[in-house]
Design a protein around this ligand. Structure first.
Ligand SMILES: Cc1cc2nc3c(=O)[nH]c(=O)nc-3n(C[C@H](O)[C@H](O)[C@H](O)COP(=O)(O)O)c2cc1C
Length: 364
């Protein structure tokens, strides 16, 4: 599966294509102090053209261009999830982010599903593509390489990291079971990170799952991570497109309120995910977690969205509770990672980046 392409060329290509530092303000320099990044971190910052080794996780359904741009403008890497977007929607979303920032961001595709908008995203000049839940095929990598794009791949073990490296990934996202949302991982982050970092060589590895503070970031960097990914932390931000009830639930939840389950599987079968225990989960659990077809309230419409709220969402659906839903928001899948213990407010995304960075420096 070796693809004859040198990673260095893509680093250089990324720089030439304007991925390198897009002039994201200097306000943060004040907190940089005497910080001297590891070689891995330097590789990551240069590769992605960002100031801070902090990456927004793609959180499908609750990210609009406001959040992507706010993270990017703060000097971290913004995320634009496009797994469920049509080619036309993807082009529009990218344009909408570009109107708000000239700083780098990535587009994401969950490869359980056909990446229908990949070509459109590349044609819209998306420079960084990050895949999860599978490996891109040669057609996909060729398409990215033909645009001098940067390739990120989510991995969960030594084996998946080996495959991603053979494909030529420019950076790896190492997910642990502490993660919110759909969890491909089967090991705690610390263990997965140890395996992946050991074989990654000079390819930067970023840690993902349960991270919401600079202290946690410091712990991951000590274990060899070049940087970190945060999902739930940015869902509970002012600019996120999550429903206010969902943001409030993240603020009041503790890690013990999260559960890894296959409960919310309408729309994505057999995929483990971490959510907050809610009325739907408790209803299902109270009767012994029966298989689909035998679950209580399966045909209930719990919420609605779309023009005149005409589209109904059935109980056990994968839909994240975005601000555009009405109805019983609490009964929907409130994806949450184990870092919720440290989420106690809903600040601006830029404040989150600055805070985590400051905590990281102080934790040294
Ligand atoms: C609401 C939500 C939606 C998510 N959607 C996606 C997605 O579209 N694509 C993807 O690769 N990962 C998705 N994830 C998983 C994240 O990429 C990441 O693994 C996770 O957020 C990290 O854990 P944390 O939430 O504790 O930071 C989602 C996570 C959440 C919380």
């Amino acid at each position: 599966m070796t693809i004859d392409v040198s990673r260095r060329r893509f680093v250089a290509g990324a720089a030439a294509a304007g991925v390198m530092s897009a002039g994201v303000g200097s306000a943060m320099e004040r907190v940089d102090g005497d910080y001297s990044p590891s070689q891995q971190t330097t590789n990551l910052l240069n590769l992605l053209g960002i100031r801070y080794p902090i990456i927004q996780a793609p959180t499908g359904g609750v990210v609009g261009s406001e959040l992507t741009a706010a993270v990017a403008n703060s000097g971290a890497l913004g995320a634009l999830p496009l797994s469920w977007s049509s080619p036309a929607q993807a082009a529009k979303s990218i344009e909408s982010v570009r109107e708000k920032t000239s700083a780098p961001f990535f587009v994401n595709f969950v490869l359980t599903f056909e990446p229908a908008a990949l070509r459109s995203a590349l044609d819209s000049d998306a420079k960084i593509v990050q895949f999860s839940w599978g490996m891109p095929d040669q057609k996909m990598t060729d398409a990215i390489r033909s645009k001098d794009g940067v390739l990120g791949i989510q991995v969960t073990s030594k084996e998946s990291a080996e495959t991603a490296l053979a494909i030529g990934a420019d950076y790896l996202v190492c997910q642990g079971i502490e993660a919110g949302g759909h969890v491909h991982a089967s090991k705690p982050l610390a263990r997965a990170l140890e395996e992946v970092v050991a074989i990654a060589g000079d390819v930067p590895v970023v840690a993902s799952g349960g991270i919401a503070t600079g202290e946690k970031m410091r712990e991951c960097v000590r274990r060899g991570a070049a940087g970190v990914v945060m999902g739930s932390r940015f869902v509970a931000s002012r600019e996120s497109a999550a429903h206010d009830d969902y943001k409030r639930a993240l603020v009041s939840a503790h890690s013990g309120d999260t559960v890894m389950t296959t409960c919310m599987n309408k729309g994505w079968d057999n995929a483990t995910h971490r959510i907050l225990r809610n009325s739907t989960f408790r209803m299902w659990e109270s009767v012994g977690c029966p298989a689909p077809g035998k679950r209580p309230g399966e045909k209930d419409i719990v919420s609605r969205f779309g023009a005149e709220q005409q589209s109904g969402v059935e109980r056990y659906s994968i839909n994240s509770p975005g601000s555009y839903y009405t109805g019983d928001i609490e009964a929907m899948a409130a994806y949450a990672g184990m870092g919720v213990d440290s989420i106690s407010d809903v600040p601006g995304a830029g404040q989150i980046v600055a805070r985590v960075w400051r905590e990281f420096l102080q934790a040294e």
